[in-house]
Design a protein around this ligand. Structure first.
Ligand code: 5GP
Length: 131
């Protein structure tokens, strides 16, 4: 059965899309730990990031870097934090999170539900900067 992220990539489930190429898709996390929290996924359905082969893992990270560069321009923050968890959704993905302090990366402090218009505006602002 297709993962929820495959359904998002295929447009069967809506998402706040940030960037896409032929092998990757980036979109806002529906329950961000900080505004602008973005997920970067390979279109290939692999349940665990370290099951990607070296080339696929390198390409995913290079795509994530391009997304992070766009986020740096679009979101007020000191850094883009990077993490991989993968316990909830069995489809490899990288979390990119705009941070000003370490605690902005804490997943156990409770996640946010942001206004849909703010989510759409953030996704559009990041997408505009994506090169
Ligand atoms: P992980 O698998 O890395 O533990 O967490 C999965 C992440 O995906 C969570 O941060 C969660 O909020 C996000 N997520 C789960 N389902 C959806 C969804 O349907 N749409 C979006 N945009 N994000 C989701």
């Amino acid at each position: 059965m297709a993962t929820i992220f495959t359904k998002i990539i295929n447009g069967e489930i809506p998402s706040y899309k940030v960037a896409e190429d032929d092998k990757h898709y980036a979109f806002l996390d529906i329950n961000p730990v900080a505004p602008g929290h973005t997920l970067v996924v390979p279109k290939k359905e692999v349940d665990y990031i370290f099951k990607l082969d070296d080339q696929e893992l390198a390409e995913l990270n290079i795509f994530a870097k391009r997304v992070a560069k766009a986020m740096e321009k679009a979101m007020p923050c000191k850094r883009i934090g990077v993490t991989v968890i993968g316990l909830e959704v069995p489809h490899a993905h990288i979390h990119l999170i705009p941070i000003n302090q370490e605690s902005d990366m804490y997943f156990n402090k409770g996640k946010l539900t942001l206004d849909p218009k703010d989510m759409a505006d953030m996704a559009a602002a990041i997408a505009k900067e994506f090169k």
